[in-house]
Design a protein around this ligand. Structure first.
Ligand code: ZN
Length: 111
C-alpha cells in the first residue's frame, strides 16, 4: 500500500517527467515509478515500463523544475539501486557508471 503523499508525489513525477514509455508508448502507472533518492532539492526517479520492460532514470531539480531523463537498457532492477544509492550523494553519472559496469557483467569497483 502506498501512502497518500507518496502516491501524490509519484503522480507528480509521471505528470511532470514521463507520462508514457519512450519505447512503446504505454502509460506509466504509479507502481512503475520508484524514487531512488531524494537529496535536498534534487530527486532521482526510476521509471520502468511494465509492457516492454525498458527503464529510465530521471532527475528532477526543484524548485526550477529542471528534469533530465536517461534511458537504461539493462537488466538492472530497481531493487538493485539501493545498493549504490545508500552512499552520500548519487549523481546520474554514478548511475550510468554502475549501469555500464553491469552491462559488461564485470561488476563495478565503484560501488
Ligand atoms: Zn514500454
Amino acid at each position: 500500500m502506498l501512502n497518500k503523499s507518496l502516491r501524490k508525489q509519484k503522480r507528480f513525477f509521471i505528470d511532470r517527467i514521463a507520462k508514457f514509455c519512450d519505447k512503446c508508448g504505454s502509460p506509466y502507472h504509479l507502481s512503475d515509478v520508484q524514487v531512488i533518492q531524494e537529496k535536498g532539492s534534487s530527486t532521482i526517479i526510476h521509471f520502468s515500463c511494465r509492457n516492454c520492460k525498458s527503464s529510465n532514470v530521471a532527475s528532477l531539480v526543484s524548485p526550477m523544475g529542471f528534469t533530465t531523463r536517461i534511458p537504461l537498457n539493462s537488466d538492472l532492477t530497481v531493487d538493485e539501486f539501493p545498493k549504490f544509492a545508500s552512499g552520500d550523494i548519487i549523481s546520474l553519472d554514478d548511475v550510468l557508471e554502475v549501469y555500464i559496469c553491469f552491462e559488461d557483467s564485470k561488476g563495478c569497483v565503484k560501488i
